[in-house]
Design a protein around this ligand. Structure first.
Ligand SMILES: Nc1nc2c(ncn2[C@@H]2O[C@H](COP(=O)(O)OP(=O)(O)O)[C@@H](O)[C@H]2O)c(=O)[nH]1
Ligand SMILES: [Mg+2]
Length: 447
């Protein structure tokens, strides 16, 4: 699924997150490669241009370049923009409550996957406690009714069909049948053509009028790339779509349709077909696709977590404090608490691509941090402000209070003293300060 594009974007994301510092040049270069990758994936040219321009504008702003981890922030920005492109939030079907009848109309070209997808969706909805009825209203292709009947038998879903040629009358009868028999969702399969033509559109418009659907879903073959996008626009102009189902997403190595269809047609992708089997229909989640395609697994949630716990301003305040040497044990405590709030350091670091299994021993020590937290919590305010007043008697009191040994308390104070010493040396050299901050959190800097 989107293997080609995914591989390229993953490489770019890896490269840039791996860099400790990035420049405007790095960003331009990365954006250029992303542009090529998107164009090769057959994404609409205008969509690519807009995407690159707006990403570039934001990436060159202060938020990325001056952030704590610019590489990751950049990838996060690309990710956010991709999610937007794919349609932002998951768009669910807009159906009425289970006591009222909802109608879903399937439209699309011949061979796009309408009949298969109609059955898949019925099966999906049945799993979601709805009671669907499939309606065979493709009366042009002789085998179409039979195909739907077979799918209905396979899934245990009733199919309404009649031996006649007028789809409008079949649909009207089906709706009555559904009402009488408590089907809450009527799914109508219609006929398609190899190309859009006036006669086909007239037929579907008539069916639409009779059915008064809650959802008009276009099934578009994602393998046809920009063709699928054009079709979506045209069907939408003529019928007013409520959403799109991209079929054969499993066989689409490129992704051009997925990345362009929302921007160009304005209609959301609601589901994707991911195989020939009846269960192969997935709700479409823009964020999941984007993170899969950037190959970053959980980098995004990592960045979000880090952002939530330590934003830029705070980091700057901290640096100021360090520079002015007012950094005390209270500040140290709040750093420890932030790190532990983010979850286990070990698991956090393992979310970074390539990190799993490659962590140096003792790079991360959650237990150590917990101990230090307990020790500082047992100190008085005055002690936290000025560690120099903590003599032997205070040390044993703190040890007792925190359930640690005097050795542990000594260790912490020694470490803190060393850190203060380093701070003294620390100039405005940010590399040095970063190293310092990392050491204080026991986080290995070579990530
Ligand atoms: N691999 C794959 N094949 C699909 C998918 N959806 C439909 N197909 C296949 O596409 C072909 C045409 O499907 P059909 O439902 O008959 O299209 P229709 O003419 O629009 O009704 C069939 O062979 C389906 O098995 C999908 O999501 N993945
Ligand atoms: Mg069909």
């Amino acid at each position: 699924m989107l293997d080609g594009l995914g591989k390229k974007l993953t490489d770019i994301a890896r490269y840039i997150t791996g860099k400790a510092h990035i420049s405007e040049n790095n960003i331009q270069e990365a954006l250029n490669e992303i542009k090529i990758a998107l164009l090769e994936a057959d994404v609409n040219v205008r969509v690519v241009r807009r995407f690159i321009n707006s990403t570039q504008q934001e990436a060159l702003g202060e938020k990325v370049l001056r952030s704590v981890s610019p590489g990751q922030q950049f990838v996060k920005l690309v990710y956010d923009k991709m999610v937007q492109l794919l349609g932002d939030k998951r768009q669910d079907l807009q159906l009425k409550g289970p006591d009222t009848q909802s109608v879903i109309l399937f439209v699309g070209l011949q061979g796009s996957g309408k009949t298969t997808t109609a059955a898949k969706l019925a099966y999906f909805l049945k799993g979601n406690k709805r009671n669907p009825l499939l309606v065979a209203a493709d009366l042009r292709r002789p085998a179409a009714v039979e195909q739907l009947n077979i799918l209905g038998k396979q899934t245990g879903i009733e199919v309404y069909s009649e031996n006649q040629k007028n789809p409008v009358s079949v649909v009207s009868h089906a709706l009555k049948h559904a009402k009488k028999n408590q089907f809450d969702t009527v799914i109508i399969d219609t006929s398609g053509r190899l190309q859009i033509d006036a006669e086909l559109m007239k037929e579907i418009k008539d069916v639409k009028k009779a059915a008064d659907p809650d959802e008009i879903l276009l099934v578009a073959d994602s393998m046809t790339g920009q063709n699928a996008v054009d079709i979506a626009r045209e069907f939408d102009e003529q019928l007013g779509l409520s959403g799109i189902i991209l079929s054969k997403f499993d066989s689409d190595a490129k992704g051009g349709a997925a990345f362009s269809i929302k921007s160009i047609s304005g209609k959301p992708i609601k589901f994707i077909g991911v195989g020939e089997k009846i269960q192969d229909l997935d709700p479409f989640y823009p964020d999941r696709i984007a993170s899969r395609i950037l190959g970053m697994g959980d980098v995004v949630s990592l960045v979000e977590k880090a952002q939530a716990t330590m934003d830029l301003e705070e980091a700057e305040k901290l640096q100021e404090k360090m520079a002015s040497l007012t950094f005390d044990l209270e500040d140290y405590l709040s750093q420890i608490q932030k790190v532990t709030k983010m979850g286990s350091l070990q698991s956090l670091m393992e979310m970074i691509p390539g990190m799993k299994g490659n962590l140096p021993e003792n790079a991360v020590n959650d237990r150590e941090l917990k101990k230090e937290e307990a020790i500082i919590l047992s100190m008085t305010k005055a002690e936290r402000k000025n560690y120099r007043i903590i003599g032997p008697r205070r040390r044993s009191r703190i040890a007792r209070g925190s359930g640690m040994s005097v050795f542990n308390v000594n260790q912490l104070l020694k470490k803190f003293e060393k850190a203060k010493l380093m701070m003294k040396k620390a100039t405005k050299n940010s590399k040095y300060q970063k190293q310092l901050m990392s050491q204080m959190g026991n986080i290995n800097t070579n990530i």
